[in-house]
Design a binder for this molecule. Sequence first.
Ligand SMILES: NC(=O)c1ccc[n+]([C@@H]2O[C@H](COP(=O)([O-])OP(=O)(O)OC[C@H]3O[C@@H](n4cnc5c(N)ncnc54)[C@H](O)[C@@H]3O)[C@@H](O)[C@H]2O)c1
Length: 320
Amino acid sequence: MRILVTGGAGFLGSHLIDRLMTAGHEVICLDNFYTGNKGNILQWIDNPKFDLIRHDITEPIRLEVDQIYHLACPASPVHYQYNPVKTVKTNVMGTLNMLGLAKRVKARFFLASTSEVYGDPDVHPQHEEYRGNVNPIGLRACYDEGKRLAETLAFDYYRQNKVDIRVVRIFNTYGPRMLENDGRVVSNFIVQALQGKPLTVYGDGSQTRSFCYASDLIEGFIRLMNSDYVGPVNIGNPGEYTILQLAEAVRDMVNPGSEINFEPLPSDDPRRRRPDITKAKTLLNWEPTVQLQEGLQLTVANFRDRMNKNTDSVILGSRS
Ligand SMILES: NC(=O)c1ccc[n+]([C@@H]2O[C@H](COP(=O)([O-])OP(=O)(O)OC[C@H]3O[C@@H](n4cnc5c(N)ncnc54)[C@H](O)[C@@H]3O)[C@@H](O)[C@H]2O)c1
């Protein structure tokens, strides 16, 4: 099949491309490199089955494809809040453009939505029927309301234009290739621990999150895309940890001497997040297989490697 991956040079998109290329598909990666980078897809650049297009999805594009995985959108608060109006445009105009493309070429369309559509949930764990508790004028709204509207658009194209859609709601995912500066909790802790700095916990650290390893998530994507179920489906790891527990796990793994510092909680930060994955289990026969300890080790190794290379290039740079 010929498959388009928007946001393919990013963290999750590049892992998805690895899976699709390895399975023998033709893949077109579309990205404006806002938070993605070529390094993530370098291994495929010379492959005749791979195409890379630098393009901003807020502009329409014409392509011939069988499937579209629509991931393009910055995922970390630091990046999506840097230019919130652009984030809304990416979620709304970008998703409209990609749904228009899917309609024209009769491609199956997969939307990467998010657990953020549940906002600061008053139902726990979150199941797909829960409608969420989102602040429409908060700092996160460009992202969570943007994704809610992206879901609305997908379902309206499905009902009105018979576009064949699939919608996944992704819960916190981590793994190799996360940006070092993306401000999300796993990368923050790993970078701070590797740099020998204190780990910063916002609030008292009792807020909870669940953490899914990237390869587990991508397996869920592929199963949903190739199933008959439209969605939305939660994909995430239901293991629930407090942020303090995560900080301690990273500290003990990387740098047991590191201190943990506490700072005020940002506004609209959800208190609890954990997926109810009953649907993914029963409809897709999917559940996560990588335990936090194992996933963290693989992620730490990747960060260590990249940070060593960065240090090398800085040293080489100053010598030349
Ligand atoms: N990583 C997570 O834990 C998580 C959780 C929930 C949802 N998601 C969703 O999954 C998708 C991928 O997330 P990620 O973690 O890989 O993020 P990422 O920031 O690493 O990747 C996003 C990619 O989209 C590209 N992009 C952004 N705006 C674009 C635009 N206007 N036109 C073209 N390309 C654009 C970026 O350059 C980047 O390559 C996003 O839609 C995100 O909302 C991720």
